[in-house]
Design a protein around this ligand. Structure first.
Ligand SMILES: Nc1nc2c(c(=O)[nH]1)N[C@H]1C(S)=C(S)[C@@H](COP(=O)(O)OP(=O)(O)OC[C@H]3O[C@@H](n4cnc5c(=O)[nH]c(N)nc54)[C@H](O)[C@@H]3O)O[C@H]1N2
Ligand SMILES: Nc1nc2c(c(=O)[nH]1)N[C@H]1C(S)=C(S)[C@@H](COP(=O)(O)OP(=O)(O)OC[C@H]3O[C@@H](n4cnc5c(=O)[nH]c(N)nc54)[C@H](O)[C@@H]3O)O[C@H]1N2
Ligand code: SF4
Ligand code: SF4
Ligand code: SF4
Ligand code: FES
Ligand SMILES: [Mo]
Length: 663
């Protein structure tokens, strides 16, 4: 600990922190602009200056480490004058005509800083450039005329997203924020995560989807969880008049710590599907609006005689984007109640079945996404983390400049290839041979960290080269890179799990143990899974392939999920189709009855993310009238079918051994 005095207040703080953070801990507020709690201090704006006894000039407190016996002043006349001058410079350097700006009136940190200093005008002649506004990006606008060059966006793009798209071009007053080598943002390497917009303190980067829809003081903030994929990022919903104005990454989010991707931040904002607002029933060939009583009554009447017929009765399929409560009730109703032999999820176990099967034998063997934070080598097998679980991908991408090496195993072109140090292009389905080959090289060269008996290593290596179609050199290089690493992590995705082979997962676990990715202290092995509740569906054993036999009816609980044409065709093969969905789709078009339900933000529910965290989404807005919650629809149907629902989803989620520790 270090003792120092700030504004006559004697305080004790941990070593290594900055004077700015020390002041905050003592409840003393120092004005800042370029500083952002979640980003590396930069010390660019100088607004946070303080006077330190014995030092000749004021210092930027955001980059100044505390030292023993320091005496700091934050509110002297010199500092006040200097701040006023600094702010005047900012205002006069560029176009800061606040009344014309989207963030004016509370959301602009520059404007707020000026008001804090009781400034009403700036005494300098404005002399700004006329920078061209970059409107090429689908989700936001970059207006360098309002930029204060705080570089928060540059730091966020690098430190949060690992994308390194943004930087500063030119010098001095001519400096501008540019993408790549100064190409339009919309044509740049930007992955549209929106981190830069979230941290920008002024109106220089503004969301197209939320501009002029409400300042911070007009919106309420609701913390929830993104249901865009199995990563389960913590989010903050900004809501006004029963409308989501903006979605931001929650800096306190357990998994993501502020990061988000396009899929989570922007896709819900540009939702273009048509909402279904009343139950529909097919009459004379066409879907007609009917009452809930009529719709549910008709469904119950149709399904009741099918109860007990496992093979030719009703088949049921539910989206893995639905809350655990709903999935559990769904299973209780159709599997336990109606005794259907085909009750599954839209993922059909493609992301989980092989993994769950091994877990049933040996218990939890997968780790936490957190292991990526200090990994030095990542082996990625059949997972497209640059595209599919983007925030997990960001964790890898932002560690690359710090020396993390990436080995990718994927037959197809994968966005990670460009970043990978070694990209093994194996033949589809050859992963078992390849993994055994990697193990054999390590055993042969005596590089293993765990004991492993292996016969005929040369034969295994030769087989790997032949079956996988990769060169012996690249196989050896990959094996050595893994074996020599200090804290390796192995990630695998649908390219591997869709092969539905538990032996393959076991082989990967063997490799992980051999290279020290998995030992008594660390578990550096993790499958990425699929949608937000893939793991919940796995726990409920909703993992079988959806193959209709003589089924008389299909009940599809889709919620707000997307449905492909292919899935719609497969599901609608039975003579009678009930679809519980929020939006019109190729599936609802084919339905005999459509039951309209709430979307993710209109209901509360639990989700188990890819590394076993049980997280809760919060109801942020009200569903349109005429729409019911997923849970309520299933409950009413169960009542009419005389199926008791015990509703104990917690126990249901824990009855089966899980591949990840659940909590
Ligand atoms: N044989 C086989 N079967 C499988 C799988 C497999 O790998 N092989 N995988 C399983 C898994 S894991 C899953 S999740 C299911 C997938 O089940 P499907 O319903 O087949 O899902 P997708 O193929 O993802 O198709 C969703 C549709 O929604 C559209 N869409 C997706 N996101 C958006 C968006 O943000 N906006 C708009 N406007 N449209 C969007 C897509 O273009 C696509 O047409 O299939 C499962 N079945
Ligand atoms: N942004 C966003 N994120 C998503 C989704 C989304 O729609 N949008 N969807 C979610 C869902 S439902 C799912 S299931 C996941 C899917 O996420 P991933 O598990 O990453 O699956 P894919 O994106 O299909 O990538 C699988 C990769 O495996 C490769 N592959 C195919 N065959 C083989 C093989 O035999 N061996 C090996 N080693 N590789 C092979 C393919 O070329 C492909 O690059 O993503 C989830 N995340
Ligand atoms: S949206 Fe994300 S990737 Fe694109 S420039 Fe901003 S921070 Fe970088
Ligand atoms: S665009 Fe915004 S975040 Fe980036 S340097 Fe300018 S003011 Fe700062
Ligand atoms: S990574 Fe997944 S959970 Fe996170 S913001 Fe993107 S879609 Fe949502
Ligand atoms: S906040 Fe310290 S220099 Fe900008
Ligand atoms: Mo999926």
């Amino acid at each position: 600990m270090v003792q120092l005095i700030i504004d006559d207040k004697k305080i004790e703080v941990p070593e290594g922190i900055t004077v700015l953070r020390a002041a905050e801990m003592a409840g003393i507020r120092i004005p800042t602009l370029c500083d952002h709690k979640e980003l590396t201090p930069y010390g660019g704006c100088r607004l946070c200056i303080v006077e330190v006894q014995g030092w000749r000039v004021p210092m930027a407190s955001c980059t100044l480490p505390v030292s023993e016996g320091m005496v700091v002043k934050t509110q002297t006349e010199i500092l006040k004058k200097s701040r006023n001058f600094i702010l005047s410079m900012f205002f006069s350097e560029r176009n800061h005509f606040c009344p014309f700006c989207q963030v004016s009136g509370g959301d602009c940190e520059l404007q707020n800083a000026a008001y804090d200093e009781k400034m009403t005008h700036w005494p300098m002649q404005p002399g700004w450039n006329n920078f061209v506004v970059d409107t090429s990006h689908p989700y936001f606008v970059l207006d360098n005329n309002r930029c204060i060059l705080c570089r928060r966006c540059v730091r966020a793009c690098a430190e949060v997203t690992g994308n390194f798209t943004l930087s500063v071009a030119e010098r001095g007053a001519a400096s501008t924020i540019v993408a790549d080598i100064d190409v339009p943002l919309g044509e740049s390497s930007c992955v549209k995560c929106g981190a830069c917009v979230q941290v920008c303190p002024t109106g220089a980067l503004i969301d197209r989807t939320s501009a002029y829809q409400g300042l911070q003081e007009n919106v309420s903030e609701i913390k929830s969880v993104c249901v865009g994929c199995s990563v389960g990022c913590g989010i903050t919903l900004k809501v006004r008049d029963n409308r989501i104005v903006r979605i931001e990454g929650d800096w306190q989010g357990a998994v993501n710590r502020g990061a988000m991707c396009e899929h989570g931040r922007y896709h819900p904002m540009i939702e273009s599907r048509t909402r279904i607002k009343s139950p529909l029933m097919r009459k004379n060939g066409a879907l007609e609006s009917v009452s809930w009583e009529e719709a549910l009554g008709a469904v119950a009447e149709k399904l009741k005689p099918l109860a007990g017929d496992a093979h030719n009765g009703v088949a049921a399929i539910a989206s893995t984007r639905l809350p655990l409560e709903v999935l559990s009730a769904f299973k209780e109703l159709f599997a336990d109640g109606l005794k259907s032999g085909l009750v599954t999820s839209t993922e059909e176990g493609m992301t989980t079945q092989a993994v769950s099967a091994l877990a049933e034998k040996i218990g939890a063997f997968e780790g936490r996404l957190d292991v990526l934070r200090n990994a030095d080598v990542v082996l990625c097998v059949g997972a497209n983390i640059a595209k599919s679980h983007m925030v997990a991908g960001f964790m890898v991408k932002r560690a690359r400049p710090h020396g993390m090496r990436i080995i990718s195993v994927d037959p197809e072109k994968n966005e990670m290839d460009e970043l990978a140090n070694i990209a093994l292009k194996n033949k589809p389905g050859s992963d078992l041979a390849l993994i055994e080959g990697l193990k054999a090289v390590i055993v042969k060269e005596g590089l293993g960290r765990a004991a492993l008996q292996m016969e005929n290593v040369d034969t295994v290596i030769a087989e790997a080269v032949e079956k996988a179609g990769v060169s012996a050199e690249s196989l050896t290089e990959a094996a050595r890179t893994l074996a020599h690493s200090v804290s390796p992590v192995i990630l695998f995705g649908k390219g591997l799990t869709a092969q539905r082979d538990p032996q393959l997962v076991e082989a990967l676990l063997g490799l992980a143990t051999l290279v020290g990715a998995v030992d008594s202290e660390r578990v550096g092995l993790l499958s990425l899974k699929g949608e937000a509740n893939s793991q919940a569906a796995a726990q409920l054993q909703l993992e079988s392939q959806f193959a209709l036999n003589g089924h008389q009816a299909v009940f599809a609980a889709i919620g707000d999920d997307y449905v492909s044409k292919k899935l719609a065709e497969r599901v609608s093969k039975a003579p009678y189709l009930v679809v519980q969905a929020a939006y019109e789709s190729e599936l609802t078009e084919k339905a005999d009855v459509v039951l309209p339900v709430a979307i993710w933000a209109e209901q509360e529910g639990h989700y188990i993310n890819l590394d076993g965290r049980m997280q809760k989404t919060v109801k942020a807005i009200e569903a349109p009238a005429g729409v019911r919650e997923n849970q309520a629809v299933l409950a009413e149907l169960a009542r009419q079918l005389d199926v008791p629902l015990n509703g104990d989803w917690q126990t249901a989620a824990h009855t089966r051994k899980s591949s990840v520790a659940l909590n």
